[in-house]
Write a protein that binds this ligand. Structure first.
Ligand code: FES
Length: 559
């Protein structure tokens, strides 16, 4: 391929006399004469001071830019937004969280489309900015590499952000003092990097590496490390190679690649949010993927990693034993991954794994395939009269596989949180939090505060929580989210009354409301949707355009 064909997009912006104004503008930001003949690579940085997961990404963006420039391209760094679930969780602010994924995808697409970048590097370090970046890369379909910002180190006494959330519940129960909470608050977050367990950020980073869109090893590096800086520089060289060979994201983001991402997510015990985000990314890539694919793959895929929130170890400890590449090699050898999928190295997944060494002997973070933590997936797609279009549960088995209890209904997360903390919620109850779906919330907020409060109050084995909202990757306990259709759309969850009996069976993948069809019909006839909570601004716009959670809750689906 010639240099000109690598400059398919930038040539339209900067070549020829009519484009002198664009060149004049670019000269002011540092372009010299020779730079106009180079492929332009946009570097989408999610740098922000608002959260530790992204506070270092400006430095990583500069490393990636140096990699691009050293490989013969011309890098331009631009920013998109990010938000922090760790800060927003537990109040109205959280309604903006999933919305931010769409804003990020839209903004990266908008800048790249306007600027005429030939290739892209996107650097993300938090739950929503990673799928948001991948959605933008798929929409643009220009040679691209994703770089993960890297994980945080553990806090004092092996703590992390979830330790702080659970301290709040423990304080309400009386088992932690004000001083104890203050100590955890001051020491759990020691510096830059994404939340430290196999929560949503580390889950999505791992899924993206398995998808083939980041360089091998990118998902398992400390945020502040030589290996992360090296990953950034190598991404710069990789995107030039992809430009040379005209390998684009949609060549990589195939159905088989998404199956690899799902398999690795399950083996790592990853977050329920991966279901939502992988569905959204697949939708954007035009890859048919349904909730049933998670069930099918989950039947053959064991959970192997003993990582938080349900397990013992943190991501930085997985980093120390080699990250996810040895795990992927084991899965490939067992026939659980598609080895011929193309990746951003320009080689296949199997070729990338060929020289990867196995985990060191004696480690017990990743179990062998013949001694799994759970023989099949912890991510369960449940159906039944309460969720006819599906629901997503994270059932590790530690909480049991079945739960039957009496419904206690809340029309918002805030109301539920108050009743957990004041002791109203009792053992044997199924807490129903509704009108928190994509349209109803709007924004499908995470229920990390209630699940942490349940744990903190010592009710983890005795209370289930179901919702048309979703969960943090840090949530654990007997929890079912993404119930569809959501309450705002008139789904059966809108018809539940306090005192009804609800059964959840994670072996039969069922969620059942034990109320007769006649009674449900009577309730439906009396039901009217509540007024929208927002009539102006981005939340109103989002509620108007968002699709069902069972389709990934996307806002750009018009077919
Ligand atoms: Fe960003 Fe947890 S809040 S990774």
């Amino acid at each position: 391929m010639t240099g000109d064909s690598r400059r398919r997009h930038s040539s339209q912006i900067v070549d020829g006399i009519p484009k002198a104004p664009a060149r004049a503008m670019l000269r002011a930001v540092g372009f010299g004469d020779a730079d106009f003949a180079k492929p332009q690579v946009g570097i989408a940085s999610t740098w922000s001071q608002v959260t530790p997961c992204n506070m270092h990404i400006d430095g990583l963006a500069k490393e990636a830019a140096s990699g691009v420039d050293a490989a013969g391209g011309k890098a331009l760094i631009f920013n998109t937004i990010t938000i922090s679930d760790g800060i927003a969780n537990g109040n109205e602010a959280m309604k903006y969280s999933l919305v931010s994924r769409e804003v990020i995808a839209d903004s990266v697409e908008t800048v790249a489309g306007c600027q005429g970048f030939d290739g892209l590097i996107a650097i993300g370090g938090c739950d929503k900015n990673m799928p948001g970046c991948l959605m933008a890369l798929a929409r643009l379909n220009r040679p691209a590499v994703f770089v993960y910002g890297g994980t945080i180190r553990p806090g004092r006494n092996h703590t992390d952000i979830i330790s702080v959330f659970e301290a709040v519940g423990a304080h309400a129960r009386g088992s932690m003092s004000d001083a104890d909470v203050a100590e955890v608050e001051r020491t759990a977050i020691p510096g830059p990097g994404s939340c430290g367990g196999m929560y949503t950020a580390n889950t999505m980073a791992s899924a993206i590496e398995a998808l083939g869109m980041s360089l091998p090893g990118s998902s398992a590096q400390d945020a502040i490390s030589d290996s992360k800086r090296d990953d950034c520089r190598r991404a710069g060289a990789a995107v030039l190679e992809l430009l040379e060979r005209d390998i684009k994201p949609l060549d990589i983001m195939t159905r088989e690649a998404f199956e690899n991402a799902i398999t690795v997510t399950i083996a790592l015990g990853g977050s329920t949010n991966a279901v939502l985000h992988l569905m959204a990314m697949a939708n954007t890539a035009g890859v048919p993927l349904s909730l049933d694919d998670f069930t099918r793959i989950g039947q053959r895929t064991p959970v192997l990693a003993d990582l938080r929130p349900s397990g013992r170890y943190m991501m930085s400890e997985l980093v120390e034993i080699g990250g996810i590449q040895p795990l992927m090699k084991r899965l490939l050898a067992a026939g659980l991954l598609h080895g011929d999928c193309l990746t951003v190295t320009g080689r296949s997944l199997a070729e990338n794994l060929a020289d990867v060494a196995d985990y060191p002997p004696g480690q017990d973070i990743v179990q062998p395939l013949d001694r799994p933590i759970k023989a099949d997936s912890h991510l369960r797609i449940l159906r039944g009269n309460l969720a006819p279009e599906g629901a997503v549960a994270k059932i590790t088995g530690k909480e049991g596989l079945r739960f039957s209890g009496t419904a206690r209904v809340f029309d918002s997360e805030t109301e539920c949180m108050q009743r957990i903390l004041d002791g109203t919620v009792q053992a044997g109850e199924v807490l129903v939090i509704r009108y928190e779906g994509p349209k109803g919330g709007p924004g499908m907020q995470e229920m990390l505060s209630p699940t942490s409060a349940i744990m903190g109050r010592g009710l983890g084995q005795d209370v289930a929580l179901i919702t048309d909202g979703r969960f943090s990757g840090g949530s654990h306990g007997f929890v079912v989210g993404h119930i569809t259709p959501e309450a705002m759309e008139g789904g059966p969850i809108a018809l539940v009354e306090t005192g009804d009996r609800i059964s959840i069976d994670a072996e039969r993948d069922e969620i059942v409301l034990h109320v007769s069809d006649e009674e449900l019909q009577r309730r439906r006839a009396a039901w009217t949707p509540p007024p929208p909570r927002y009539r102006r601004g981005v939340l109103a716009k989002y509620a108007h355009s968002v699709s069902s959670a069972s389709e990934g809750a996307v806002t750009d689906r018009f077919d």
